[in-house]
Design a binder for this molecule. Structure first.
Ligand code: ASP
Length: 442
C-alpha cells in the first residue's frame, strides 16, 4: 500500500473510531451539550495539542510564503488582475448559488413548521443560550455590529498598519494583501530581486515538507476530535426534534457538493470530479475532522499541488484567500438556519426578506473566519438585518437567544459545511489552474 493510501485509511479509521468512542464510551445524557464539562475534556485538549495547534502554527507562515510564490510566478500585474478577477467571480457566484439552494430548500421543506414540542424546544434553546457564556458573549458582541461595521472591519483588515500584529492575531486577510504586494514588487524587481524570489520558493518547499510531516498527526487528531463532538452531542439527536432542520442543511450541502460544484468543474475544466475529490480526500477529511478551513489550509495546499494537479500560480493564491472568504457551505447553512429559526418562532418571511437572507448570508459567510462555529456567530448579522425589516411590518422580532436552539447540534453541521467550504476552494484552484498553469511559456 502506498504511503498516501495508508494515510487515507488511517484518517478514515480515526474518524470512524472517534465516532464509535464518542457514542458508546463518552456520551452521557447527563452531560449532553454541557459546555463546562466538555470544554476541558481530555479528548478536546489532546485533539487540540496533537492536530489543531500544529496545523494552525503553519497557517500564517504558509499564507505569507505561498501567496508571495504564487504572485511572483504569475508576475505580470495585468495577468494577476485576470486571475484575481476570475477568482472573485468564482467565489461570489458559487456562494450565491449555494445560498439560493439553501433558501429554496428551507422554504420548501419548512423544517421549523409543525415541530411537535416547539415550545419546549424553544425554551431549552434559550436556556442553552443563557448558560453558554462564551457563545452568548460572542453573539452579543456581533449584535452590536451592523453590516456596515462588518465591512469596515474587513476593509481595515485588508489595509493593516502593522503586519506583525496581523500575523500574531492570526488575521490572514492583511497578510494576504501584504504578500500580494510584496510578490508584485519582487516580480517587478527583475535581476535585483531574483535571489529573494528563490528564497521564497525554497521556503515554500520546506514548509510543504513540514506539512507533510504534520499530516501524519491527522489520524489520531481527527479520532480525538470526532470522539469529542459525538460524545458531547450524541448521535441520538440526529433523529430528535431538530432532525428535519439538520437534514435540510445536509441535503443542501450534498446538492451543492455533489451536483453543483462538480458541474462547475466539468464545465470549466472537463475533468472528472470524482477523481478530483479522491485526490483532495485528505484535505476534505481533515476539514471534516477539524471544523476549520484555516487549520486545514496547509493540507489543502499540499493535496492540491501534489496530487490534485493544481498549479502554484493558481493554488497558492486561490486557496489561502478562499480559506478566509470563500465559504459556500457556511453561506448555505446560515440561510437555512436563520429561516428555520424564524419559522420555529412563527414569523413569516416575505419574498423581499428572503432576498435579504440571501444577500446578508453571503456577506456574513465572507466575514466568517475559517474557525469552528464562526458561521454561528456571523449569523447574527443576518438575523439583525431580517429583524429590521420584520420590525418595519410591526411584527415582533426574533430574539437572539433563539440561536440557542441550534447551538447544541452545530458542531456536527460545522464538520459538514467546513468540508464543503474546502471543496469549493479546491474546485476554484483547479478551475483557475486552467487560466494560470505553471508550465505555460513565460
Ligand atoms: N467552521 C467553518 C470553517 O472553518 C466556518 C463556519 O461555518 O463556522 O470553514
Amino acid at each position: 500500500m502506498s504511503k498516501t493510501n495508508l494515510l487515507t485509511l488511517l484518517i478514515l479509521l480515526g474518524l470512524i473510531g472517534g465516532v464509535l468512542l464518542g457514542q458508546f464510551a463518552l456520551f452521557d445524557p447527563q452531560y449532553q451539550y454541557d459546555n463546562n464539562y466538555w470544554s476541558g475534556h481530555w479528548t478536546k485538549l489532546a485533539g487540540d495539542l496533537i492536530l489543531i495547534r500544529p496545523l494552525t502554527l503553519m497557517v500564517i507562515p504558509l499564507v505569507l510564503v505561498s501567496v508571495v510564490v504564487g504572485v511572483t510566478k504569475i508576475g505580470d500585474p495585468s495577468r494577476l488582475g485576470v486571475v484575481g478577477g476570475s477568482t472573485v467571480v468564482y467565489y461570489i457566484s458559487t456562494m450565491l448559488i449555494s445560498v439560493t439552494i439553501g433558501t429554496a430548500l428551507v422554504t420548501t421543506i419548512e423544517p421549523g413548521v409543525g415541530v411537535g414540542n416547539a415550545a419546549e424546544v424553544k425554551l431549552a434553546g434559550e436556556e442553552q443560550f443563557a448558560t453558554n457564556l462564551i457563545m452568548r458573549d460572542r453573539v452579543e458582541a456581533a449584535e452590536q455590529t451592523t453590516l456596515g461595521d462588518a465591512w469596515l472591519n474587513i476593509l481595515k483588515q485588508m489595509i493593516p498598519t502593522n503586519i506583525v500584529r496581523e500575523m500574531s492575531a492570526t488575521r490572514p486577510l492583511g497578510v494576504i494583501v501584504f504578500a500580494l504586494l510584496l510578490g508584485l514588487a519582487l516580480a517587478a524587481g527583475g535581476e535585483k530581486t531574483a535571489l529573494a524570489i528563490r528564497v521564497f520558493d525554497q521556503l515554500f518547499d520546506a514548509l510543504m515538507r513540514l506539512v507533510q510531516w504534520i499530516i501524519w498527526l491527522t489520524p489520531p487528531g481527527v479520532f480525538l476530535l470526532a470522539a469529542w463532538t459525538v460524545g458531547k452531542i450524541g448521535l441520538g439527536d440526529l433523529v430528535g426534534p431538530l432532525a428535519k432542520y439538520m437534514s435540510t442543511v445536509l441535503i443542501g450541502l450534498a446538492i451543492h457538493a455533489f451536483i453543483v460544484l462538480p458541474l462547475v468543474l466539468v464545465i470549466f475544466t472537463r475533468r472528472n470530479p470524482l477523481r478530483f475529490m479522491w485526490q483532495m480526500r485528505r484535505a476534505l477529511m481533515t476539514a471534516f475532522g477539524t471544523d476549520s478551513s484555516s487549520a486545514t489550509l496547509p493540507v489543502t495546499i499540499e493535496s492540491a499541488e501534489t496530487e490534485g494537479g493544481c498549479s502554484k500560480k493558481a493554488a497558492n493564491f486561490v486557496l489561502p484567500l478562499g480559506a478566509t472568504v470563500n465559504m459556500d457551505g457556511t453561506a448555505l447553512y446560515e440561510a437555512v438556519a436563520v429561516v428555520f429559526l424564524f419559522q420555529l418562532y412563527g414569523i413569516d418571511l416575505s419574498f423581499a426578506e428572503l432576498l435579504i437572507v440571501v444577500i446578508t448570508a453571503t456577506l456574513a459567510a465572507v466575514g466568517a473566519a475559517g474557525i469552528p462555529s464562526a458561521g454561528l456567530v456571523t449569523m447574527v448579522i443576518v438575523i439583525t438585518a431580517v429583524n429590521t425589516s420584520v420590525g418595519g411590518r410591526n411584527i415582533e422580532a426574533l430574539p437572539l437567544a433563539a440561536i440557542g436552539v441550534i447551538i447544541g447540534v452545530d458542531r456536527i453541521l460545522d464538520m459538514c459545511r467546513t468540508t464543503v467550504n474546502v471543496w469549493g476552494d479546491a474546485i476554484g484552484a483547479k478551475i483557475i489552474t486552467r487560466i494560470a498553469p505553471d508550465d505555460e511559456p513565460t
